[in-house]
Design a protein around this ligand. Sequence first.
Ligand code: GDP
Length: 455
Amino acid sequence: MKITRQTKNLINRGLDTHIRIGVTGLSRAGKTAFITSLVNQLISSATNDNLPLLRVQQQQRLLGARRVPQKNLLTPRFNLDASIKSLSSTPPQWPQPTRDVSEIRLAIKYKPNSRTRKLLSRTATLYLDIVDYPGEWLLDLPMLEMDFATWSANQLQHLEQIPLPEVKKWLQSVVDLKLNQDKGDGLINQISNDYTQLLLLLKSHGYHHIQPGRFVLPGELAHAPVLSFFPYVAEAKLIKGSALELLDKRYREYQNQVIKPFYKRYFSEFDRQIVLVDVLSSLNQGPHAFNDMQWAISDIMKSFSYGNNSILRRLFAPRTDKLLFAATKADHVTPDQHSNLALLLRHLVQPIWQYVSFENVEMECLPVASISATEAGYVESKGKAQPAISGTLDNGEKITLYPGEVPATLPNAHFWKNSGFEFSSFQPKSCGEGEALPHIAMDKAIEFLIGDKLR
Ligand code: GDP
C-alpha cells in the first residue's frame, strides 16, 4: 500500500508527543544551573557521548535536540543565552539565579523503538517544555487553608522561636499596635516593608521557611500593595474601615490573586516535576539551617499530595505523575559520599512521603551536579590513597581537599558537634562552544523525567 506524503505527515504528527516539566527548589538550590545543563546536555547529545545512562542515547536512537519557540507567550523566556555567556566568560561565572518564573522549549528528535511506532514512522519528536519557578512560592500553599487570624498566630509563634535580635525588634514593633482603631495604610505599608526586610534577612541566615513566599521573590509583583501585609493578632473583633480590616483584605487578595492563579496557571499543568534541594549548603550552615530546610521541604511536599480530599485536588486538579528530588552540587563531595547524599535526601522526604497521600506519583531521589566544577581523585595521606576533590575557588585559588563525610541519616547532635563539613564555592570549569557541560548524573535525572517518552 502506498502512503501519501500527506498521510505520512499526519502519522508523524500523531507520533509526536509533548511533556511539560516544572523545575523548582528554594533560591540558590541550583535551578538555573540545572536548566542550563539540561538544555546543553540534550542539544549537544548529537555530537557528544555525554549521557551514557540515558537509554535513548545508549541505544543510539537520539538524533538530536534543538530549541524551538515556546507555546506559552505570557511566560518570560528562560535566558539560556545569558547563562551560556556567563559560563563561557573568562574566568567562567555562574549564571544569574532564578528570581521569577521562566520557560524554554526543546524539540527532541529520536528513533522510536516500540514496534508499532517503528512501523508508522522512522523518527518521532518529543516537545519538552521546561518551566523554572521559585520553590518559595510552594511554601504558600498552607495559607489557602488558613484565615488571616490563624495564619498570623502561626507566623508569630514561629518568629518568637528565632533567636535573632532583628526578629525580637520587629515583634516588639507590632506588639503595641492598635490596628483596630487605626485608619489608612501608611503604618501598614511601613511595617510590611520592615517585615519583608526581616524575611530577607532570615533567608540570608539560612532560614528557608518563609511565608509569604512572594515577599522574598516577588517576580512581577514587586512593590504591589497585595504584598503589603504582615502577621498581626488583634485584641478584639475586626472593626469595619480599620487598618486591621485592610490587612485582612490584603491577605485574602494574596490568597485569591497570587497563590491560586499560580497553582492554576502553572502548577496544575506540569506532567513531571523536579525539586532541587541544596542539602550540602544546609549541612554546612549548621543545625538551624538544616532543620529549617527540612521543614521547608516538608511544606513544599504538601503541594504534591493530591489525595481526594486535598485542597489541591479540589481547586486545581494537578496531573504530575513523576516527581524527582535531586540533591544538587554533588561535585562538592567525593564520589564515595554520593550514596550517603542520596540516602540523606531520602530520609528528608520519605517520612512525609509516607504520611501524606501521593496517589499515582512515582518518586525518586538522586544526587546530581548540573555543572560539575571539580575533579574527583585521590591524595596520598599517611601512605594511603584518600579520596579528594580539586577545583578553582571563586578567588582563583586552586585547591584539593576532602570536604568531609555526608551523614547517611538525619544528622544528630553528635554529628553537629564532631563533624566539620567544608563547603567551598568553586568556579565553574571553562567549556567550549558545542561542548557538553561536565555533570554528575544528569543522564539519570533525564532518564527518570522523560526516558519513558522516548521509547
Ligand atoms: P537558583 O537560585 O535555584 O536558580 O540557583 P542557581 O542555579 O543560580 O545556583 C546557585 C549557585 O549554586 C550557583 O551560582 C553556583 O555557585 C552553585 N551551583 C549550582 N549548581 C551547581 C553545581 O552543579 N555544582 C557546583 N559546584 N555549584 C553549583
